[in-house]
Design a protein around this ligand. Sequence first.
Ligand SMILES: Cc1cc2nc3c(=O)[nH]c(=O)nc-3n(C[C@H](O)[C@H](O)[C@H](O)COP(=O)(O)OP(=O)(O)OC[C@H]3O[C@@H](n4cnc5c(N)ncnc54)[C@H](O)[C@@H]3O)c2cc1C
Length: 282
Amino acid sequence: MGFAFHRPESLDAAIGIACEHGETARFLAGGTDLIVQINRRRIAPGHLISLAGLGLESIDETDREVVLGAMATHDAVVTHPGFGKQLVALAEASAVIGGRQVRNIATVGGNIVNASPAADLVPVLMALDATVELRGRDGTCSMPLDRFLVERGRTERRPDEILTAVRFDKPPVRSATAFLKAGRRKAMEISVVCVAAHLVPGRKARIAIGAAAARTLRVPQAEALVEANGRAAFAEAGRLAARQVTPIDDVRASARYRRLLVATLVERALAACADRVEAGAA
Ligand SMILES: Cc1cc2nc3c(=O)[nH]c(=O)nc-3n(C[C@H](O)[C@H](O)[C@H](O)COP(=O)(O)OP(=O)(O)OC[C@H]3O[C@@H](n4cnc5c(N)ncnc54)[C@H](O)[C@@H]3O)c2cc1C
């Protein structure tokens, strides 16, 4: 079955087309998830609505916050000059998404809305307490990314809503992030487990885990342990996180192996953050 392709000239026009066709329409960003699903006959949308050229590509920074346009590509995240130092985990995650061709067209918004538990950029954004912005027929609204994601392939987004941007506060100078991914090979590989950590020593710890449950999830008990005890609690936080995830057995790894990976990667990601903070202070 074929589909009609729409190239609207404004966000409102795109929303209008989505309202007209309801569940049979899909927004098209880079297409690296959507077109694969259509080719595999998992979905058969009647209408594809392109989001290209609607002003959603930019990455903007103010003194206080960072705003990633939904159509910013992973390559744009990797090469963005502001994503060294405290925000380096964004570049670390986007750099291992697919190969170069994929990163050139695949977008931040697609990685979020696709709602794969193995999405690599999502744990980093969650560790940064990111908020998503949605625009639909009733106007705009925003909500924490942690609330937006419901389960594998499902979000709080209504069919007429476009994810326009994802935003988060700039972390303080004395802080760090880290992203670690385990796969069966180093490139072009879906995560067997991935972990993002964000550490503001003495104030805040965030740990977000991918590919170990029906959605990317945070582990608040492990975070609280690290906030209270610092580096001394990293290994225990890993073990605690491993007990909180609910991984599956599949062709890529057993659930038991995934739990072991969670314990190890959480400890290592936290240690990487602590080392980076110390190196920054030196
Ligand atoms: C060979 C290959 C390797 C890959 N490797 C990885 C990997 O290592 N790690 C990883 O995380 N992912 C990987 N992916 C998956 C994919 O590239 C990413 O998830 C990517 O970020 C999806 O973005 P996209 O722009 O292509 O989304 P699309 O395919 O265009 O869209 C995905 C879904 O989101 C919806 N959507 C997209 N943007 C919006 C928006 N702004 N508002 C509302 N709805 C929207 C679409 O309707 C669709 O349902 C890989 C894909 C391929 C083909």
